[in-house]
Design a protein around this ligand. Structure first.
Ligand code: F3S
Length: 737
């Protein structure tokens, strides 16, 4: 295990450390003395201090040392701006940035990319210069989708990766523990037996699992696949399954290292990693007798192809029942668009199988009835399918090949064929299908399935078509059945890398200037937040007492505001504008306690800030649920808030608030929420903050006697330092100074 094997072919000096991982693991083994799941093994092997780390399930926070970090261009902007404010000369962990989210699909790959490079020039220039400055690998627009590039270049068995995107778990296809958001205190086992055939594909495994566990079922858990069925899947197929684990709320999903991963590593010029993984193979899977908190079993021999949706990825219907379901629910029968690709399904295997179905139709003289779109997952995939003919097949079939980017999957789709509000059906091989996700039209019924079924349904142009049983009519008037898909898992002739789309950090990074124009309205350099003044906070107004559901969308709305995600001051103008004020039942209308005027929430916060007045927010249950939007924590901090006091928090938002130096506090007695009036004044005894002890809030009603309320918190010792220093970043900068 004591070999020097590089993590990837792009960086010097970053090695895979199986020796250290194995040592850490033996320390934890001797402490726990029980069989471990693969998920536990990866996490424990990355402990900062395996001897002293508390390892109580569901209680201890693990201090982990990830191998890598990856960011996509939409989230990287704020991540890098925050990093810059910490004043460090380079990233501490090997990091890459991937430009994939900002390219809008309009006419086709080349033109769309050109347009995007123009529109987003400011952002791309910033990212590329910041990456050069801080020693980050930069994948330019056109390089492909982050998760595909990670799988092709950076993922390795047993590694730990942190990514700023919810589908980071895709790297689980190579046995990497890859986490986008969330924490975990449970492991759900999925045992696969049997073997797939015909129209069934890896996507159907996760579509089925989503149906069983629902969109909430994986929350707080890592999903670990195992069993004899695993060896029948390709590495990219396993990636598909892990990718879409995000749709059931799982923190990540994992497959154990096997020969199919070895083959993929070898095909992507990393045979040395495959060989190295073989020497450590015993630790790259679960121990015999490992127990799972929950166990699901799927027999692949009996698994039917599935279609999930509309509007939610967990409404799973097997193809044999789908026509019936479509009719019963009045889903618009005509398929208005078929879309394959996205980070979920854009491997060589996916493209080859899809192309084989298209061929099968074209042999009978018919093409896609519905408009058909392809997003290759990476430049390497695009170049390889261009060389091997699948791309040409798609074009002959009537398809449009879009840029190597997220495109319609993230709503970057200039769709013109239906009007907003017009009910219609589309079918894709993507992962998410929430209302309006793909085209901004709330009436679009979006279904997710395998690329195979997307092609078949596009040919028929109808949701009631079942390619396993229903015949199509060829040009010659004769009826025929589509042939079941076939396709190589890996290209026989190897991958063609295509155009060079990678920018390595230069040797001399000192002279690099990070490009941020002071006049920019999309980007703003951040200054560190101020440290705590060491005093209790007294006589504070309640900016808003929010009533009912307050999601991160209510706190920091998306849509048009996303444009400002690199500009904290501008985006702060959306702070809490969706939250309902208990005082008047309205959104974005609160009373300014200093002037008595009713005004917008952000404007009122800015007024307090300008007067040097700190403020708090009172919230209801599960405050901050929804997507893990960092801005929802940054904005209240930026506009002068000190504490968010709720009946309960969504865990990720709670941690985000702590990271930004805010105090997320909960009522020890949830009923105390009702005792607070929106125009009360609040004292918070910040000086009482200690691990495991409640702190006191004094409530001063306008007319009436002050009273005390106990507040709980979940700060651990290092997190208390975040509060004291003003943020987690300040703490990090301090410890490195
Ligand atoms: Fe991009 Fe869609 Fe994946 S937005 S990262 S292709 S989920």
């Amino acid at each position: 295990l004591d070999r020097k094997v590089k993590q990837n072919n792009w960086e010097e000096g970053n090695f895979i450390n199986y020796k250290k991982m194995s040592e850490n693991l033996s320390v934890v083994r001797s402490r726990l003395n029980r069989p471990l799941t693969y998920a536990e093994k990866i996490l424990y092997s990355h402990l900062d201090n395996p001897h002293e780390q508390d390892i109580e399930r569901g209680v201890s926070y693990l201090r982990l040392r990830p191998d890598r970090v990856a960011c996509q261009d939409a989230t990287a902007q704020m991540a890098i701006l925050q990093f810059m404010s910490a004043g460090m000369p380079s990233v501490a962990n090997p990091t890459t940035v991937h430009c994939d989210h900002l390219i809008e699909a309009q006419i086709g790959g080349v033109k769309d990319l050109e347009r995007a490079v123009g529109i987003n020039k400011e952002v791309y220039d910033f990212l590329s210069s910041a990456c050069a400055k801080y020693n980050i690998g930069f994948w330019k627009p056109g390089s492909g989708i982050i998760h595909q590039i990670l799988l092709e270049n950076y993922a390795f068995p047993g590694g730990l990766l942190i990514g700023t995107d919810s589908h980071t778990p895709n790297a689980g296809g190579l046995g990497m523990c890859a986490i986008g958001v969330g924490g975990a205190d449970a492991v759900i086992g999925v045992k696969l037996t049997g073997q797939m055939s015909g129209w069934t594909s890896p996507k159907d495994i996760i579509l089925k699992v989503a149906g069983i566990l629902t969109v909430k079922g994986g929350t707080g858990a890592i999903v670990e696949y195992h069993g004899p069925g695993v060896d029948t899947l390709s590495a990219t197929g396993m990636g598909t399954i892990c990718n879409m684990g995000a749709e059931i709320g799982a923190t990540t999903s994992l497959f154990p290292f096997n020969d199919r991963m070895y083959d993929y590593l070898a095909a992507t010029k990393r045979k040395d990693i495959g060989d190295f993984s073989r020497t450590y193979a015993k630790e790259l899977r679960e121990d015999d007798g490992a127990e799972y908190d929950q166990l699901i079993e799927i027999n692949l021999s009996e698994l039917e192809p599935h279609i999930n949706g509309p509007f939610t990825p967990d409404l799973a219907t097997p193809i044999s029942k789908f026509a019936e379901a479509a009719k019963a629910n009045n889903w618009p029968d005509e398929v208005k668009a078929g879309l394959i690709g996205s980070c979920t399904n854009s491997s060589y295997e996916d493209m080859s199988r899809a192309a084989s179905i298209a061929q099968s139709a074209m042999k009978h003289g018919i093409k896609s009835k519905a408009p058909f779109f392809v997003t290759p997952g990476s430049e390497q995939i695009r170049a390889t399918i261009a060389r091997d003919g699948q791309l040409e097949t798609f074009e002959e079939f009537g398809g449009t090949v879009l840029a190597n980017a997220c495109g319609p999957c993230i709503g970057q789709w200039d769709r013109r064929d239906v009007k907003k509000g017009e009910a219609n059906s589309i079918i894709s091989s993507y992962n998410r299908n929430f209302t309006g996700r793909n085209d901004g039209n709330p009436a679009t019924h979006s279904f997710v399935t395998s690329p195979d079924l997307v092609v078949a349904m596009s040919i028929a142009g109808s949701l009631s078509f079942n390619p396993l049983t229903d015949k199509l009519k060829g040009k010659d008037g004769k009826e025929f059945l589509l042939e079941a898909p076939t396709g190589a898992g890996l290209p026989d002739r190897g991958y063609d890398p295509g155009n060079d789309t990678y920018q390595a950090p230069p040797q001399d990074r000192q002279s690099v200037q990070v490009a941020v124009a002071p006049t920019s309205d999309r980007l703003q350099v951040l200054s560190p937040f101020t440290a705590w003044d060491g005093k209790d906070a007294t006589d504070m107004p309640i900016l808003i007492k929010a009533q009912g559901k307050t999601t991160t969308d209510h706190i920091s709305m998306a849509g048009p505001w996303l444009k400002y995600r690199g500009h904290l001051d501008n985006i702060s103008n959306n702070m809490l504008i969706g939250a309902i004020n208990e005082a008047n039942g309205e959104a974005n209308k609160v009373k300014n306690s200093t002037t008595g005027e009713w005004d917008a929430v952000p404007a009122t916060a800015r007024d307090y800030k300008s007067k040097g007045i700190k403020w708090v927010v009172i919230g209801d249950w599960n405050y901050g649920e929804g997507s893990s939007r960092e801005h929802a924590a940054l904005e209240p901090r930026h506009l002068g808030g000190i504490a968010i006091i709720t009946r309960s928090f969504a865990r990720i938002h709670e941690t985000n608030l702590k990271k930004q130096g805010m105090l997320p506090l909960t009522f020890a007695e949830p009923a105390d929420y009702d005792k607070i009036k929106p125009d009360d004044k609040i004292d918070i005894k910040c000086t009482e903050l200690e691990v495991g002890k409640p702190i006191t809030m004094v409530v001063r009603p306008q007319d009436g006697k002050a009273f005390e309320v106990k507040l709980n918190h979940t700060f651990n010792a290092p997190q208390i330092e975040w509060f004291k220093n003003g943020s987690a970043l300040n703490t990090m900068a301090k410890s490195r100074a």
